[in-house]
Design a protein around this ligand. Sequence first.
Ligand code: ATP
Length: 429
Amino acid sequence: MQRSLISDIIANDIEGEVNIAVWIQDTRSLKNVIFLTVRDTSGMAQVTIRKGTLDNEEKIVGLNRESVIAVKGKWDRKSASKLGVDIVAEKIEILNESLAPLPLGVDDPVEADFDTRLNNRFIDIRKPEKALIFQIESTMLWGIRKFFNSQEFIEVHTPKIVAAATEGGADLFSVKYFEKEAYLNQSPQLYKEILMSCGLDRVFEVGPAFRAEQHNTTRHLNEFTSIDIEVSFADHNDAMAFLENAIKHGVDEMLSRHSDQMEKHGIHVDRVKTPFPRITYEECRKLINDAGMNLEFGDDFSPEQLKVIGNKFNGFYFIIDWPSSMRPFYTMPKPEDPALTNSFDLQFNELEITSGAQRVHNPEILEKRFLDKGLNPSEFDFYIKAFKYGMPPHAGWAIGLERLVMILCGLPNIREATLFPRDRTRIVP
Ligand code: ATP
């Protein structure tokens, strides 16, 4: 179908005949003229129909909002239309009529409640400010992918139907797999580590992760998109450097493509400065205890305590050297102090975005770590085996794409950055 995007007509100052394909947002019929306010994925325009010039103008005036039409016409550069683009129609083809009333308005001054919006996501995302979130998400991921590509990573795809829980936890969805029981994978952790033994050196994966967490928060989904990396002959410091650079490249790409629209819709994201500050778990504990709250070694921070730390930093920072008791079995203990680990969380103000670490690569230490965590190593034979025949030292991290976009764009709820959220009560649409 031959068509121009509204934004291209403006940007390229297209002269003469133009073809656009659009949704009708509003219709006003005056004495001599009909004005249509129309929208495509790139912006809004006005279509002017001079009465008496089109065969089907009565039918067009009667169309419900959100009907889809194709317009052939001339761009009137002198038009005073406040939308900036006014196309004088020469021919209009009706591509699809919308029913009325709409289950949700596209330009209602008062926003509908969140459930109504999510139930009618197909209309909700027609709103330019909602679509922008997913355009940003895609562009940022593209920037991150380009960065990994420039660093010789390969993109991999590990199974999502698995026989063993990644971390042995209870937060698993089970699925019937013929005569066996299987699970939806919580994370590609075990498989991406096995890939280090394959000699693939630097891998990344972008794929779904499933968590059967019962809680319903504004930061958690039961299915989210995990960006994972794993790198051979690397430690936690190397992993942190890949992380801050990946985010920097993602944000640069986002700003280079969307800054005008972001400004228009009030989304402010600063350029990322690297390296990010690093603070140890012990230093955080001291800050918290100095602020009059009590945090024992090995306890996780409460949201109030994270605020105390977040107040010291503006934007991104790492919390490093977490206690062994708080990290999964695959996390490398610090050689000089095994009560701590070579691990990190990336924070943005008071919110967690990522966790990562150097991993254990010695199979005996790994088996001991399984037992320390109350897990049965024999359930993980397929994983431990890959460590017994030449596993290089390695490190990596995982970041939730929706969590990252939510935090960067200052969205109030992770569901705003998820097309069709899966949460404790929602699996439709
Ligand atoms: P949290 O403490 O926030 O529940 P976690 O410690 O379970 O996260 P990891 O298992 O380390 O997180 O997962 C790595 C990253 O994946 C997190 O930092 C976050 O960005 C994202 N993530 C984890 N769980 C969820 C979830 N339920 N919904 C959305 N994103 C998530």
